[in-house]
Design a protein around this ligand. Structure first.
Ligand SMILES: [Zn+2]
Length: 877
């Protein structure tokens, strides 16, 4: 059951991860001088602190720094030297001991230190790229969340030690330097270097500090209601910056209006970094991105690629308020920070491009969250975080996607306007401060007078989610809505019966919006299911009832058979795309839960031949891909024919050539169908067409030929990979190396993992540990290779055999993401090998996610054991 109070409301004074509160910083004046040749840096830091009680020692955070001197000076100018400087690498703490006690009051602490520009993509690190002239270039950049500011300067590296930062960088004269705030001066020094000084920041957490130095160019600033917005990028990529400026300007205005508070910094730079462990990072005013998530030519990318750029820019800008201006007290609050920014990203993208139907597409993200949350090894959204390593495990699908989905559920249940009023109240009352999760619920509760905290606690402090059961009783006069915990059937006889009966007892406060149709008039109603079940009196006989209107609830639905049949029959005429999506998605989950057979599922899909929506087809294709892994030989051929027959009418309605009135979603649907027909349908005509298209693009590079639709092009790349040979592999390899845009580069790179021949996969696997593939991409490439239907086991064996090398080489946060590839394996022998390996090996920074990957694999094996024979028989009968 939910905890009554937030788990880390008080600070444990003995925790090795929490600094003493007796010395509190309020301002840092930081001077850094990076050496981009020797990969080192030198620095000094003046920190203004308030000494609360007299002390001989000052303790703060530092790691991988050589601190050579330190002293303290009081307001009268009395100077006290540090007699001992000790850095404990284990606890990541710097202890300064002084010759005489520092009396209570204001002091300035001065430290002098050196450090390294590492290649681990954290702290102050180096990123490299080769410019258009073929010259290798180096950028010094930062990534401090969660606790890596301490690798760049001694600091109080916890989110509630907010302070003002005055940053100065000494850099070679020909290099660009940017940081959180606007540049106030740049002056040459005697040795020829330039000293760049930046304005003071607002009071903020150390994890949001950033500075980037390198051969970078900067766009002209766009004035967004007084805030200058610029894109900072490696030389030569200026032609890819226009879209980010457009989206950035839109989002800055959108959020200032939504939150009712102006942007809190003095400028915004969106900075493209060639090597980046995460997607992007919300450093105040100096947001860093992977190149492919900010540099884009909108005419040359698919709708999902462009939407992703839009989403990520929106997400990071939302953090400027929610996260940067108002910040969590401690890392247990990471989830709310990320969940809310993810929710806001949808809202902003939906406003920016209504035709993308962003909330329908969110169905796929919700599915990803359900897929982990259907496991016994799922976790509550919020959990106690003792060490910062615990918090690393919070950056997952349950934080981002489930978190955003429950926020969306609350918003829709309360109404968008009352919800927004609550958010405005929260941001205004906690600006420049730190909060607990409950502060948000209390703010919304005070505005809406709904039991927000009680509802949300039931979703935040327990894992899993409900299956809402729907039935009409009393001759159709009463609607009964019940709940039970939904779970996949993965237990192969080793589960703990006590644990599973405990799960059966779980209940949620389920904000439910249901719709009903009577005499062709559809009406809606909001109810809260707060116990085992509730009953709602029906005023008249209904044609159908839908228990998750617009798919905004984070729950699945099981209808009584006649109600389900009535819904499926009316799906195409009466239901919205996201509601139809929910029917397919819930049905496939029922297969994994052993509540429906794969055969019945396949039969149900026949009812979707007239489907026209992108998201619904994406879900159908995803499920067909899972079925494709379940069967072999003649049964697989039969499934391919069945798949092609189901998809072809939809494809023919659209046509192969884009029409002028196609929406962006239509264009993308064409790509999805081309990909599915060519790969899952083994359609030779499609494969031939895809090959011809790529040959044309190759011949016509930069030429005068007709423009090629990016969605069809991207799909064709995947089709050719899955049916291609060594010559295709070579061609893709060359296209990857010569790609003109970050998106094109990734398309060819990732498609290399889809080739079906073992010798080609071996080449790909070798690339993953070579300098040819950036360490920011290689883990995801390996994950995709493990998802290769025919070569997944080979890719797994490579990961197993090179485990130490991969752990040494890749960013720490990416190891468990690489292992997400095992979620698609399903052969019992391979699964046994995986389990045996992880009996002996650990991923401490992602232990929860690893347990989920392993259980998800068990679900696949169980499905295979259960349905393979029957489905094969059905297909070949
Ligand atoms: Zn975020």
């Amino acid at each position: 059951m939910p905890d009554e109070t937030s788990p880390t409301a008080t600070i444990d004074a003995d925790s090795p991860y929490r600094l003493p509160r007796t010395v509190v910083p309020s301002r840092y004046d930081l001077m850094l001088e990076p050496d981009l040749v020797a990969f080192t840096f030198a620095g000094t830091c003046d920190t203004v602190v308030e000494v609360v009680e007299a002390t001989l020692t000052v303790v703060c955070n530092a790691i991988e720094l050589e601190v050579s001197s330190a002293f303290a000076e009081d307001e009268a100018g009395t100077r006290v030297e540090a007699t001992s400087i000790s850095l404990d690498e284990e606890s990541e703490r710097l202890t300064l001991t002084f010759g005489s006690a520092l009396a209570p009051g204001t002091w300035m602490l001065h430290t002098t230190f050196t450090g390294i520009l590492n290649d681990k993509l954290h702290g102050f690190y180096r990123s490299t790229f080769t410019d258009d002239a073929g010259v290798d270039q180096v950028i010094a950049t930062t990534q401090f969340e969660a606790t890596d500011a301490r690798r760049a300067f001694p600091c109080w590296d916890e989110p509630d030690f907010k302070a003002v930062f005055g940053i100065t960088l000494a850099v070679p004269a020909d290099l660009t330097a940017v940081s959180n705030a606007a540049e106030v001066s740049r002056s040459p020094r005697d040795d020829g270097k330039h000293v760049v000084r930046f304005a003071d920041t607002m009071s903020m957490s150390t994890y949001l500090v950033a500075f980037v130095v390198g051969p970078l160019e900067i766009t002209e600033a766009v004035d967004v209601d007084g805030t200058p917005l610029r894109i900072v990028y490696p030389v030569g990529k200026g032609h890819l910056t226009g879209y980010a400026l457009e989206v950035g300007a839109f989002c800055l205005r959108f959020f200032a209006d939504y939150f009712g508070v102006p942007y809190p910094g003095d400028k915004v730079d969106l900075v493209a970094v060639p090597d980046f462990a995460f997607g992007a990072m919300e450093n105040l005013g100096c947001i860093t991105f992977r190149e492919a998530l900010v540099l884009v030519d909108p005419d040359e990318v698919t709708q999902p690629e462009l939407q992703r750029v839009t989403d990520v820019i929106a997400h990071e800008l939302a953090h400027m308020w929610f996260g940067d201006l108002v910040t969590m007290k401690w890392w247990n609050g990471i989830w709310l920070n990320e969940a809310f920014a993810t929710f806001m990203e949808m809202l902003a993208t939906d406003a920016f491009k209504p035709e993308w139907d962003r909330w329908s597409d969110f169905g796929l993200s919700r599915t990803a969250a359900f897929d982990t949350d259907s496991l016994e090894s799922t976790r509550p959204i919020e959990f106690e975080v003792v060490s910062p390593t615990d918090a690393e495990g919070m950056f997952d699908v349950l934080t981002y996607e489930k978190g955003a989905a429950v926020v969306r559920m609350l918003e829709q249940y309360l109404g968008a306007n009352p919800f927004r009023e609550g958010i405005r109240h929260y941001i205004k009352s906690h600006a420049y401060g730190n909060t607990e999760t409950t502060d948000l619920w209390d703010a919304i509760e005070s505005v809406t007078e709904e039991p927000v905290r009680a509802i949300m606690d039931s979703w935040i402090f327990q894992g899993g989610y409900p299956l809402v059961t729907v039935d009409l009783v009393n001759d159709g006069n009463v609607l009964r809505l019940g709940q039970e915990r939904f779970g996949y059937a993965g237990d192969l006889g080793e589960g703990d019966p006590d644990a599973s009966s405990e799960l059966d007892q779980q209940r949620w406060q389920v904000p439910t919006i249901f719709s009903q149709s009577a005499d062709d008039i559809v009406t809606f109603e909001k109810v809260l299911i707060d116990g085992d079940s509730i009953e709602v009196d029906m005023i008249e006989a209904v044609d159908w009832v839908l228990a998750n209107t617009e798919g905004t609830g984070f729950y699945r639905v099981a209808y009584a058979p006649d109600l389900r049949a009535a819904l499926v029959a009316k799906a195409q005429t009466d239901l919205s795309p996201i509601e139809r999506y929910g029917l397919v998605d819930d049905a496939w989950a029922a297969v994994l839960a052993d509540r429906m057979t794969a055969v019945d599922f396949l039969t149900m899909l026949d009812g979707f031949a007239d489907e026209t929506d992108l998201s619904v087809w994406q879900r159908i294709v995803g499920a067909l891909g899972s079925l494709d892994r379940l069967v072999d030989a003649a049964a697989r051929t039969a499934l391919q024919h069945h798949t092609a027959a189901l998809l072809r009418p939809a494809f023919e309605r659209l046509g192969i050539e884009p029409a002028t009135d196609d929406s962006d979603r239509d264009r993308e649907l064409r790509g999805v169908l081309v990909g599915a027909l060519g790969i899952l349908g083994d359609d030779h005509a499609i494969q031939e067409g895809a090959r011809n298209l790529l040959a044309f693009v190759e011949r016509d590079a930069g030429g005068e030929g007709a423009p090629v639709d990016p969605s069809v092009l991207a799909a064709s790349i995947n089709v050719v990979a899955s049916s291609g040979d060594a010559a295709d592999f070579d061609a893709f390899h060359a296209s990857f190396a010569a790609a003109a845009t970050p998106q094109e580069e990734l398309r060819y790179l990732y498609a290399l993992a889809d080739f079906r021949q073992s010798e080609l996969i071996d080449r790909l696997l070798a690339m993953c540990v070579s300098d040819e593939v950036r360490t920011q991409n290689a883990p995801y490439l390996l994950a995709r290779a493990m998802g290769n239907r025919d070569q997944g086991a080979r890719a797994w064996a490579f990961v197993r055999d090179n485990w130490d090398t991969l752990n040494e080489r890749f960013p720490s946060n990416s190891i468990v993401r690489m292992l997400s590839g095992i979620r698609t394996l399903s052969e019992p022998e391979v699964a046994q090998d995986v389990y045996a390996f992880f009996e002996e090996h650990e991923v401490p920074q992602g232990d929860k996610q690893l347990a989920q990957h392993l259980e998800r694999l068990e679900v696949n094996v169980a499905l295979r054991v259960r349905d393979r024979e029957v489905l094969s028989h059905h297909l070949t009968r």
